[in-house]
Design a protein around this ligand. Structure first.
Ligand code: CP3
Length: 346
């Protein structure tokens, strides 16, 4: 029996959608906090295969999600390319910046990432062995634009201002950085697949700040290049693309890039997305993560409405973005139960 997530990704309309959750291994879970404390810090957790596999498995044990997502971070790739990376407690990521032609040229070649990222591939191998038969294993990487926004600014930014400024001031350097990241991402995702990932997801968390020709050049084109290369090497492995907050840009994104599924944030209505995006294949999403904090009947109603809106085609239930640390684990259980009972109730 093929795994439910893989059936949806292959285009099947199922009686109830498979479900998993972005950031499902995370600080809202007491067992995550305990393992994170044992590791000492976030990056050590990412680079210790036994512990990274353990936190990946925790939400599967608790909720029986249809997919596990590898525990790692999109910023491990710039670190493997030679950038300094650290997490300032409570402040998010910090990186040494890459903004000049010399700094881009000094990045290591794409193939050099495999040695520092070997522990991540080992985590994938452990998970491929230990996951229940019905649970699919998702690998992932950040999309070039999103990763570049962190490398250019040296940190997360509300409007990706520094990356937009470099794009305007020195397009050649900016393009060279995106090209380096595109090549490294192809290498990284291929290696995850070879280690046992059955699906890969490309996170373009800041795609929403790109418009017009920039959206095409910085979000669509790199995704197409990555997906084309992956399909050449591993034609059977489905790809989920998440151009977060792309709005109208979600329409046609799968056709333009070759993605098997487009993940939707909660700023688009499921009715709109069913008509404009799901017509091209599987979609994933898109409950507002805030419901995992507030819960109650609104969570149930909203979950049912999303399942219903997407019930005419292939759908993977998920949040519109990652679950937040203040979420109540009981609300996650309520969401899972509601999704699994949804079709009989509608
Ligand atoms: O989804 C999962 O459960 C898989 C693991 C995963 C993490 N980060 C673990 C993590 C994935 C897929 C990511 C992706 C990621 N990382 C993105 C893209 C998706 C998105 O959320 O938009 C981005 C932009 C990052 C970069 C990053 N990593 C930031 C900005 C932060 C700090 C934010 C925060 O909540 O503190 C991280 C840290 C991080 N990555 C945590 C986790 C569980 C929290 C770390 C901790 O335990 O303190």
């Amino acid at each position: 029996m093929t795994k439910k997530l893989l059936r949806a990704l292959a285009g099947e309309t199922l009686p109830t959608p498979p479900i998993w959750m972005m950031r499902q291994a995370g600080r809202y879970l007491p067992e995550y906090r305990a393992t994170r404390a044992k590791a000492g810090d976030f990056l050590t957790l990412c680079y210790t295969p036994d512990l990274a596999a353990e936190v990946t498995l925790q939400p599967i044990r608790r909720y029986g999600f249809d997919a596990a997502i590898l525990f790692a971070d999109i910023l491990l790739v710039p670190q493997a390319l030679g950038v300094d990376l650290w997490f300032a407690e409570g402040e998010g990521p910090r990186l040494s910046t890459v903004t000049t032609p010399g700094e881009v040229a000094a990045l290591k070649p794409a193939e050099a990432i495999h040695e520092p990222l070997a522990p991540v591939y080992e985590t994938v191998r452990i998970l491929a062995r230990e996951l229940p038969d019905e649970t699919a294993l998702i690998g992932f990487a950040g999309a070039p634009w999103t990763v570049a926004t962190y490398m250019i600014a040296g940190r997360g930014t509300p409007d990706q201002g520094p990356a937009h400024a470099l794009k305007a001031a020195d397009r050649a350097t900016f393009d060279a950085l995106l090209a380096r990241l595109t090549a490294a991402t192809i290498e990284y995702l291929s290696a995850q697949i070879e280690a046992g990932a059955e699906v890969v997801k490309l996170f373009d968390s800041w795609a929403g700040s790109l418009s017009g020709a920039d959206f095409e050049a910085c979000a669509v084109a790199p995704a197409r290049e990555i997906i084309t290369a992956l399909k050449g090497r591993h034609p059977e492995v489905p790809v989920i693309a998440f151009p977060r907050e792309a709005g109208a840009g979600y329409a046609g994104f799968a056709r333009a890039t070759g993605a098997d599924c487009v993940a939707l944030d909660n700023s688009v209505s499921p009715e709109w997305a069913a008509a404009q995006v799901q017509v091209d294949g599987c979609v994933q999403g898109n409950l507002a993560p805030g419901h995992m904090v507030t819960g109650g009947q609104k969570l149930v109603d909203e979950t049912r409405a999303i399942v219903r809106a997407f019930s005419g085609g292939p759908h993977i239930f998920n949040l519109g973005h990652g679950i937040t640390p203040d979420a109540d684990p009981g609300n996650v259980a309520l969401m899972v139960e509601t999704v699994r009972e949804s079709r009989s109730a509608s």
